[in-house]
Design a binder for this molecule. Structure first.
Ligand code: PRT
Length: 99
């Protein structure tokens, strides 16, 4: 499975959680008052700090773990703001065009 596949699958699952709000799901809790937008923004801040500290320690295993948390919460934020993964790809594609 390519990296692109897992990002698409994860984003689709996040969109499904947003639409269906199944109980007992952590993602659901981020889309409801149980945790909400502030919790997503706080997590992005916390995990960015943890990623920086892992990099400073040259701890690549921890970098991957914190990076995965960061990507997941970033995808939740995109979905929360009705931005799609394809729009993010279009932004990256546009920048890559010059190469
Ligand atoms: N990738 C993730 C993912 N990364 C991190 N997290 C959650 O993010 C939360 C915060 O992580 P922390 O390490 O800060 O843990 P914590 O301080 O104990 O968390 P809180 O007290 O703030 O809840 C944890 O509860 C993790 O479970 C994730 N939760 C879900 N996913 C993906 O989303 C899918 C759907 O999950 P559910 O919506 O829970 O079914 C999963 O199968 C995964 O693929």
């Amino acid at each position: 499975m390519s990296d692109e596949d897992i990002l698409d699958e994860l984003f689709e699952l996040i969109e499904e959680r947003k639409a269906e709000l199944p109980e007992g799901s952590y993602t659901t809790s981020l889309f409801t008052h149980e945790k909400g937008e502030n919790a997503v923004l706080e997590k992005l801040g916390e995990e960015t700090t943890e990623l920086i500290l892992a990099a400073k320690d040259d701890d690549t295993a921890e970098m991957k773990a914190e990076g995965a948390d960061l990507v997941y919460h970033f995808l939740v934020l995109l979905s929360m703001k009705d931005v799609t993964l394809d729009e993010l790809r279009a932004e990256l594609d546009e920048r890559f065009g010059g190469h």
